[in-house]
Design a protein around this ligand. Structure first.
Ligand code: GLN
Length: 384
């Protein structure tokens, strides 16, 4: 089923002062939104976040979260690509990077694995940097699909094939629109960009790549669907190849923490101090992560963890606390949505123990004493 825009419905461009801009229940497409003010540069933004606890506390709390999550051995390795099913399920590593470049790494934090869908926010940030956020939303979409990462139905339910760059369909579209006239030129732009996020060149896992190239039929099918809706910037077969390469880049939990910390620090890599993308591109990448980074369980994640997160089916998760730092984790035991179970547990605990959540606050000043006084229960009950 494809939902269509109502004929003659007002769009931002067509709307007059008195006309409603959006009718209730209508799905706005990417280009029906008012343009953002152009005078909001990185320098004129007022940014206010917070900071991590002192280093000794970070070390102790990351260690505790690692120990608590380690005992969980439920879940299973992904079978989406045969090579992923061969990964040792025991592996478990956690790394926490501060925006100052500090790193706390525990367990298999330097064990390489394929980035899979954890590449998506970084690819999107690079695309945002190249095309700007308005074009990205118009081409790809930014809404939640509420569906599994590899859902083809999401394309049909989306606004003319727009989904979200954190699910496969939107990520195929995002990769296809990267700068470059050929597959190799786009790949060079992408792989160099991912390397700048990590702070060093990243290898392609040839074994997983060969396995994925033989079995990525579903993604290939989705690329053709997207092509039919005019959503791709290159031939669907090449778009699938580019997306598959992106997924097979090798990283470690430590790399993910530093890549995430780059998004947490307004686009500057904490170790190399290189600007990778703008403040604005980071914010938009984190927005789409928040909406769909954990696919159909993004709401559960946000409820429990309260910061943008992105998972991959090889077992990686990156969780970003803007202005503070990022968590990178690796454990290939996945839940039914394709999210690492231990990774989610570690993120939930550290969100609380390191104060990462975007939603938690405590009063700067203690509340007035009388505001806490409640009427005795008998008195209250009489008035009921
Ligand atoms: N969720 C994931 O990590 C999916 C990535 C993988 N490349 C796929 O397309 O199936």
């Amino acid at each position: 089923m494809t939902r269509r825009r109502v004929e003659g419905a007002p769009t931002w461009r067509g709307a007059t002062e008195s006309a409603p801009l959006l009718l209730l229940g209508m799905r706005p497409s990417g280009d029906s939104m008012p343009p953002a003010p152009t005078d909001l540069t990185d320098e004129s933004l007022y940014v206010s976040t917070g900071h991590l606890p002192p280093p000794a506390d970070v070390q102790r709390r990351v260690q505790a979260a690692f120990e608590h999550a380690r005992v969980h051995t439920e879940g299973a390795c992904s079978e989406v690509y045969p090579a992923l099913a061969r990964v040792s399920p025991e592996l478990f590593g956690v790394s926490l990077a501060g925006i100052d470049g500090s790193l706390v790494s525990i367990g298999d934090a330097r064990h390489p694995f394929t980035i899979m869908s954890v590449a998506k926010p970084f690819t999107f940030a690079l695309l945002c940097e190249a095309l700007g956020p308005a074009a990205c939303r118009r081409l790809i979409g930014a809404n939640a699909t509420g569906m599994p990462f590899n859902s083809a139905a999401a394309i049909d339910f989306g606004d003319e094939g727009r989904t979200n760059p954190m699910v496969n369909s939107g990520a195929l579209a995002a990769a296809s629109h990267l700068p470059g006239e050929s597959l190799e030129a786009k790949w060079a732009h992408l792989s160099e960009g991912l390397a700048r996020f990590a702070g060093h060149p990243l290898a392609l896992d040839e074994d997983v790549y060969a396995s994925a190239m033989q079995t990525h039929h579903r993604n290939h099918g989705m690329a053709w669907l997207l092509h039919g809706l005019g959503r791709l910037g290159m031939h669907p077969t090449e778009a699938t190849e580019l997306y598959t390469r992106q997924s097979c880049v090798q990283v470690t939990a430590e790399d993910l923490a530093l890549m995430g910390a780059t998004l947490a620090d307004g686009g500057v890599q904490p170790k190399t101090r290189e600007r990778v993308v703008s403040v604005e591109s980071c914010a938009y990448a984190l927005a789409v992560m928040t909406t769909a980074g954990m696919y159909e369980t993004s709401g559960d994640w946000l409820y429990e963890v309260g910061i943008p997160g992105k998972s991959g089916i090889a077992g990686g998760i990156v969780a970003v606390a803007p202005g503070k730092g990022a968590l990178g984790s690796f454990s290939p035991l996945l839940d039914g949505a394709g999210n690492s179970i231990r990774g989610q547990l570690v993120a939930r605990e550290l969100s609380r123990s390191l104060g990462l959540s975007l939603f938690t606050s405590s009063p700067a000043e203690p509340p007035r004493a009388e505001s806490r006084a409640m009427p005795p229960s008998s008195e209250w009950a009489r008035g009921w």
